[in-house]
Design a protein around this ligand. Structure first.
Ligand code: AMP
Length: 114
């Protein structure tokens, strides 16, 4: 999608620090990490947010969660636990309108979130 930051990262036009990549998804380090580990998982094909998940495009979401489990093990945060979160819209404070799953780990989290 034109003018989409994460489409640019998925296409390799905008640089990122890649953690995992295959034909469907990309995982890369967040530029403003909120913990010792902060990885973003995106579908390469543009999906605006979790509100846009349908029966036609939902398989990639399962794939992201499957890969995220392996990345958590590889990053050394699986045993202690970590957080997966996807922000949606204004109240959810979504700033990049290309669906992404945050993986934040390596520190104790609190709940509820701010
Ligand atoms: P959200 O606020 O949930 O939409 O999350 C967007 C995330 O993208 C934020 O955590 C940003 O720090 C991160 N971000 C923005 N630009 C980049 C970039 N060029 N490379 C890596 N992460 C980015």
């Amino acid at each position: 999608m034109a003018d989409c930051l994460f489409c640019g990262i998925a296409a390799g036009v905008i640089p990122s620090t890649k953690v995992y990549e295959d034909d469907q998804i990309l995982a890369f380090r967040d530029i403003n990490p909120q913990g010792p580990v902060h990885v973003l998982f995106i579908p390469k094909k543009h999906i605006g947010s979790a509100l846009d998940i349908t029966a036609e495009n939902s398989a990639v979401i399962a794939h992201i969660f499957e890969v995220a489990a392996q990345v958590a093990r590889d990053e050394g945060i699986a045993a202690d636990g970590y957080r997966l979160v996807s922000n949606i819209g204004e109240y959810g404070q979504q700033s990049v309108h290309h669906l992404h799953l945050h993986m934040i780990g390596g520190r104790q989290m609190s709940w509820p979130p701010g």
